[in-house]
Design a binder for this molecule. Structure first.
Ligand code: TXA
Ligand code: MG
Length: 350
């Protein structure tokens, strides 16, 4: 029941955009690519469309949606007030992988904001997303197009696996570029606060607007019930593979020795194991199943492959997984935020 339509640089089929626009305007759901991950889109100003999004994903309805726009005029409709720093950040980073929280206008229904008086807004840079918003004339509410609790989709195939039969259409423009969800920054307070790390780093934001803080709850080493993340979605267990994932941190030789020891023990107890390692270190490991997640010299490749690797683990039926740490680089905060969640914060330091 869910149709997949190809739409990319070589196949810019106007009938696909027309059909998708009709679906959105009549309250239906269309999954589409953005530069970060695939989104599950519906009309942000139509509460019934938002309700359908929650139902299709199996998502708790207190978890607000991001509204995607294609021009600055949209802010006048969606926000009751546009903070000065939001304008500066938009100037620098939009269109792009940055979501900003602002006070919502009356036009935005509570069904879209999970009952909050604020709204999350993003202007994506992916040409398909841009054309869809422009040609439909709809402000598109879109969470990541995965089943709640699964890794976010980086290909149309991932969307199909999770949502086939639950949505009207998937627009396929191939694998996304970044592979991790947008940076979310809250601009409703005096000092901007990062609620979710992403490709746009704290340092990049600070260059434009001065001091920026990070929501303490997302930095906690262990999920701390007393610290409630300001982005409701960040409190849910997310991206968890079916098997047991452990991150091993330390000098690379010591990490390899520890992981080789653990996988040997697991194999002796009959468990199916896998190691997630960088291209540079892969040969240090003995396990049968070694997954190359990308190169440390191009940490964008690690970000881009992470969710696909986690999905692959489930397909292979792996019971015990060990991963190297990918902290340190400029994308380290964003990558480790997702990897730590996937591991339920289970880290061994050697
Ligand atoms: O890159 C992305 O942001 C992708 C693509 C599709 O644009 N979208 C995405 O949406 O990741 P989603 O729904 O998976 O994550 C949205 C996050 C959730 O953690 C949600 O709680 C938070 O944004 N959020 C949305 N509105 C908010 C608000 N008004 N205040 C605080 N957090 C908000
Ligand atoms: Mg999501």
């Amino acid at each position: 029941k869910t149709v997949i339509e190809l739409y990319d640089a070589e196949n810019r089929r106007s009938e696909v955009m027309e059909k998708a626009g009709e679906i959105l305007k009549s309250g239906g759901l269309v999954a589409f690519p953005t530069e970060t991950v695939y989104g599950l889109g519906g009309d942000a100003l139509n509460p019934e469309a938002s309700a359908k999004i929650y139902a299709a994903k199996g998502r708790p309805s207190d978890n607000p949606l991001i509204v995607h726009i294609a021009d600055m005029e949209a802010l006048k409709v969606l926000a009751s007030e546009v903070p000065e720093k939001a304008k500066l950040l938009a100037d620098r980073f939009w269109p792009g992988p940055l979501t900003m929280i602002m006070p919502k206008s009356d036009a935005v229904p509570y069904a879209t904001t999970g009952g909050l008086d604020t709204v999350a807004i993003r202007m994506p840079s992916h040409p398909t997303a841009y054309e869809l918003i422009r040609s439909s004339g709809v402000y598109i509410a879109a969470p990541s197009a995965n089943t709640s609790g699964r890794p976010s989709p980086t290909t149309a195939q991932h969307v199909y696996e999770d949502l086939n039969g639950r949505i009207d259409m998937i627009i396929d423009s191939g694998k996304v570029d970044i592979g991790l969800e947008s940076t979310i920054v809250d601009l409703t307070g005096e000092i901007p606060t990062i609620l979710r790390p992403g490709y746009i780093t704290r340092a990049m934001l600070e260059e434009v607007v001065g001091p920026v803080t990070i929501d303490k709850a997302i930095l906690a080493e262990h999920e701390d019930p007393n610290l409630r993340p300001k982005a409701p979605g960040m409190k849910y267990k997310h991206y968890a593979p079916k098997g047991d994932l452990v991150i091993v941190e330390g000098k690379k030789q010591a990490v390899a020795e520890m992981i080789n020891y653990l996988t040997k023990m697991d194999a002796e107890s009959g468990l199916k194991t896998a190691v997630i390692a960088s291209d540079e270190n892969l040969s240090l490991y003995d396990a049968d199943c070694r997954i190359n997640i990308g190169s440390r010299e191009h940490e964008e490749s690690i970000a881009a492959n992470l969710y696909e690797v986690l999905r692959e683990m489930d397909e292979l039926g792996v019971q015990k997984m060990y991963s190297e740490s990918f902290a340190g680089g400029s994308l380290g905060a964003a990558i480790m935020n997702r990897l730590l969640k996937a591991a339920g914060h289970h880290v061994i330091r050697v």
